[in-house]
Design a protein around this ligand. Structure first.
Ligand code: SF4
Length: 356
């Protein structure tokens, strides 16, 4: 690796980026639904959806979401069940909640037009504020995400850790923003990271930055040690009564507030489940064979065992003792938003829930 660049040389390279990237962006940008116009609401929705989620997964959800909730007022007033159903498949449901709280704040106080103002909205951090301020309001506010760190660590030959680089670049990039094309400049950096300067085997020969790039490979950024995921044993009880299945709402922890099958965050033995049912006055209930499944969240991994439980006519007792509500299976499948950590278990009910 070459010697680190002086501050003046870094500034020169960064200030030269718009001249290299904008012509490339104009001819190579992908046709994405959130690029149709720069309405601040549409930009905010797309940026929150794109956090930790691939463009392809977001594309379809975005179109549906905007069709159902076309403006900030519609989102602010949307019932939670409908909101979560529209968000289903994107994961990280706290983003949907934050987006709605942000819409409510915007209805009350107006749409903030600067990165500083945007950062006060729920769920809007440094990156999202910069993205919305530059794309929707043409402010010279850098938006430095993992893609941009990757591109510029390679371009500048800067091997510092990503978190440090992110902060430095957010300051250094601001003077490079070209008046009148701030939004395009933000998007051109993101686009290069998404389509050319990809994590491994970047397409350097087609890159508009090739001439000045100090790395020309995927040698940077240096890999960072990821914190280990905590493993948890989890037991699900899949209560069924004929065509109806039981759900509750998560009261705490991951997926708080979301629909769930009855969950114990530890491994229950069949004997323990039988004793719980007996204590609830439902000794007639039948416990089926468990199915194992693993679900990975960002920081936690659930090793699940799901036991089907046929209620044996003791639906009311089970509902009272386990804090669950019975819903028609078709409604759970089609109308309620069951997170993917639980949705997989729906197949265990088959086409018909079966006799209780
Ligand atoms: S030349 Fe290669 S490594 Fe450098 S910025 Fe372009 S794609 Fe990335």
């Amino acid at each position: 690796m070459e010697q680190p660049l002086s501050a003046a040389a870094r500034a020169e390279l960064l200030n030269g980026l718009p001249a290299l990237l904008l012509p490339w962006y104009d001819t190579n940008k992908r046709d994405l639904p959130w690029r149709e116009n720069r309405d601040p609401y549409r930009v905010l929705v797309s940026e929150l959806m794109l956090q930790q989620t691939r463009v392809e997964a977001v594309r379809e959800h975005y179109v549906r979401f905007l069709r159902e909730l076309p403006d900030v007022q519609a989102l602010a007033a949307c019932p939670e069940d409908k909101l979560f159903k529209l968000w289903e498949g994107l994961g990280y449901y706290s983003r949907a909640r934050n987006l709605q709280r942000a819409a409510q704040a915007i209805c009350e106080h107006g749409f903030p037009q600067t990165a500083e103002g945007l950062k006060k909205l729920p769920g809007v951090g440094e990156y999202t504020a910069g993205a919305v301020a530059s794309i929707a309001f043409e402010q010279p506010s850098p938006a430095v995400d993992g893609n941009v760190v990757r591109v510029l660590s390679r371009y500048l030959g800067d091997a510092r850790p990503a978190a440090e680089l992110r902060k430095t670049l957010a300051v250094e990039l601001a003077p490079a923003y070209p008046a009148g094309r701030c939004g395009d400049f933000t998007q051109s950096l993101m686009e290069l990271g998404a389509t050319v300067c990809v994590p491994s085997s970047p397409l350097c020969l087609t890159c508009p930055l090739l001439g000045g790039c100090r790395t020309k490979s995927d040698a940077l950024p240096l890999p960072e040690k990821k914190p280990e995921r905590r493993k948890e044993r989890v037991t699900l009880l899949l209560f069924r009564a004929g065509e109806r299945v039981a759900l509750c709402r998560r009261e705490s922890g991951v997926l708080r507030g979301m629909y769930a099958f009855y969950t114990e965050e530890r491994a229950l033995t069949e004997g323990e489940i039988a004793r719980r049912l007996a204590a609830a006055g439902a000794s007639d209930a039948q416990i089926g064979l468990p199915t194992a499944h693993r679900h990975v969240f960002t920081h936690i991994e659930w090793e699940m065992r799901a036991y089907p439980v046929s209620c044996g006519g003791r639906e009311a007792e089970i509902a009272a003792a386990f804090g669950v509500t019975f819903y028609p299976l078709a409604k759970v499948r089609e109308e309620l938003s069951l997170p993917s950590a639980y949705r997989w278990a729906l197949r265990l009910f088959g086409d018909r829930a079966g006799a209780d």
